[in-house]
Ligand binder design. Structure first.
Ligand SMILES: [Zn+2]
Length: 54
């Protein structure tokens, strides 16, 4: 499973260790499970729903 990295400068998520837009080093940002602002958390919840159904 790929780690989700984050560029503070662009305020965006990426899988690259260096941001392809601004060449800044990205940081590892673990998705906060209970944060409503976290898109990946939402995505993971959707996946879990699908797993239960299937
Ligand atoms: Zn960037």
């Amino acid at each position: 499973m790929s780690e989700i990295l984050y560029c503070k400068k662009c305020n965006s998520y990426t899988l690259d260790k260096i941001c392809s837009k601004c060449k800044e080093k990205t940081i590892l940002k673990k998705p906060a499970r209970f944060s409503p602002q976290d898109h990946y958390g939402k995505y993971r919840r959707e996946l879990k729903k699908l797993e239960k159904k299937g």
